[in-house]
Design a protein around this ligand. Structure first.
Ligand SMILES: C[S@@+](CC[C@H](N)C(=O)[O-])C[C@H]1O[C@@H](n2cnc3c(N)ncnc32)[C@H](O)[C@@H]1O
Length: 239
């Protein structure tokens, strides 16, 4: 692919705007491809990124090994993503993020440090999961500090709702997990409540989960803690 094609495709999320059927859980801002961004994309997209295709992903050809695949939705700046990939090298990771600055930041980090068990895509996660991820194929989902959409009239834009939780569960292999962390108590309560109604999932903790040892503090977690928000962890497993 030429550099010009790479730059066009990085922005294809814009082109699909009108075609999206799903509710948008994000807002796109500051999407200008500066020369610095172009260099990172040209250097590292071929090795550490991939593009949207209406075709089920072959994980083994993407990663070059058969290790289990964990998908992170909304990695933000991605610092946590690369640290987890280093701490748990027995898994492969797919990171999905629409935020250009965060996407380029993680792409550069992965490329410079040769972190080969993470591949990232700049696209709406709902579309990626729907079109590219096979049912029953995922080891785990990481959803760290999803936008809480605080105003009541915006709650419908929240990523986590009963239908999306069910959809995630269909993508998990048996015993696979969904790990969500938030500093927004009311959102956590809501997810915990409707997850108990989801017949494909178990909550091995019966309520909130204890923190895992391998998850570093994320950018948004730090912001929440600075405001003295409590951190709620939810861990669910596919039956
Ligand atoms: C509040 S931030 C949290 C970022 C990071 N996980 C952290 O804890 O620092 C939520 C992120 O999710 C991304 N996001 C929201 N909906 C998304 C979607 N449907 N597809 C991909 N990314 C999404 C947003 O762009 C944003 O960067």
């Amino acid at each position: 692919m030429t550099d010009e094609d790479l730059f066009k495709r990085i922005d294809e999320i814009e082109i699909r705007k009108g075609k999206e059927r799903t509710i948008k859980s994000y807002v796109l801002r500051n999407n200008v491809l500066s020369d610095r961004y172009k260099k990172v994309i040209s250097d590292y997209m071929p090795s550490h990124g991939f593009f949207f295709e209406d075709k089920i992903l072959d994980y083994e050809s993407l990663f070059g090994n058969p290790n289990p695949v964990v998908i992170e939705i909304g990695f933000g700046m991605g610092d946590t993503t690369s640290e987890i990939a280093i701490r748990r090298p027995e898994c492969n990771y797919i990171g999905i993020e629409v935020f250009l600055h965060g996407f380029v930041n993680l792409l550069e980090d992965l490329g410079k440090r040769n972190i080969d068990n993470v591949k990232i895509i700049r696209f709406n996660a709902v579309d990626v999961l729907e079109h590219m991820i096979a049912d029953g194929s995922v080891e785990g989902f990481h959803i760290f500090f999803p936008d809480p959409w605080q105003k009541k009239r915006h709650h419908k834009r929240r990523l986590m709702n009963p239908a999306f939780l069910h959809f995630l569960a269909t993508k998990l292999r048996k015993g696979g997990y969904i790990y969500m962390v938030t500093d927004w108590e009311e959102y956590a309560e809501e997810v915990l409540g409707f997850s108990a109604e989801e017949s494909l999932l178990d909550n091995p903790f019966g309520g909130y989960a204890p923190p895992v040892t391998w998850r570093p503090v994320t950018k948004f977690e730090q912001k929440g803690m600075d405001k003295e928000h409590a951190i709620s962890e939810i861990w669910l497993e596919r039956r």
